[in-house]
Design a protein around this ligand. Structure first.
Ligand code: FES
Ligand code: FES
Length: 207
């Protein structure tokens, strides 16, 4: 086997990814609103530039320019300044970025902004109505279910999604609903208490 460094073989990792079809796969799955630029001698297209999409965030239409790789979390936090969804692990492990998309919980760090185009996105900022906190938010305050609070918006959204489909969950069902949310401060006991307290105050769906 040659000891020649890979670098000298004139075949970079970038070139490999282009040849191996990254661009072609993307062309098959991404909507036509993304501009593509043919850059390969073999004819494969590689996405370049950005697309302007509409996101419906907390009931408002928001226009945002995103690249194909932009996550929903990045678009919300860094471009639209909707910072209730937290960026903690950025790899789908902690649940801090949980938002509702068409009523279902998604991890915003694992969702492409392009896939959220035209869908209803609800973040923790969108739960209060006429200045009155959602019962879930209020219960978290009343039960003192937070310490640093960094995980709290994610827990609140997971509990809200649960109560929207099951207004009277058992503690086991609450535990299951927040199983994807991590609290490094260890407030789980109070989170469960808050969720169960919110079931009594909840009146109708939100988000
Ligand atoms: S920041 Fe998305 S799961 Fe942790
Ligand atoms: S309250 Fe600090 S991480 Fe949950």
């Amino acid at each position: 086997m040659s000891d020649e460094p890979i670098k000298s073989k004139k075949f970079s990792r970038r070139a490999f990814l282009k040849v191996s079809g990254g661009g072609a796969v993307g062309a098959a799955v991404l909507p036509s609103l993304v501009k593509t630029t043919p850059v390969r001698a073999d004819g494969a297209e590689v996405f370049k530039g950005a697309a302007t999409i509409q996101l419906k965030v907390n009931g408002k239409a928001r226009s945002v320019e995103v690249e194909p790789r932009t996550t929903l979390l990045s678009a919300l936090r860094h471009q639209l300044e909707v910072t209730g969804c937290k960026e903690v692990c950025d790899r789908g492990e902690c649940g801090a970025c949980t938002v509702l998309m068409n009523g279902k919980t998604v991890l915003a760090c694992m969702t492409l902004a392009l896939d959220a185009a035209g869908k209803e996105i609800t973040t923790v900022e969108g739960l209060a109505v006429d200045g009155k906190l959602d019962p879930v938010q209020q219960a978290f305050i009343d039960k003192d279910a937070l310490m640093c609070g960094f995980c709290t918006p994610g827990f609140v959204m997971s509990v809200r999604a649960l109560l929207n489909k099951n207004p009277h969950p058992t503690e086991a069902e609450v535990r299951q609903a927040v199983a994807g949310n991590t609290c490094r401060c260890g407030t789980y006991g109070r989170v469960f208490e808050a969720a169960l307290a919110a079931t009594k105050a909840t009146n109708g769906k939100r988000g």
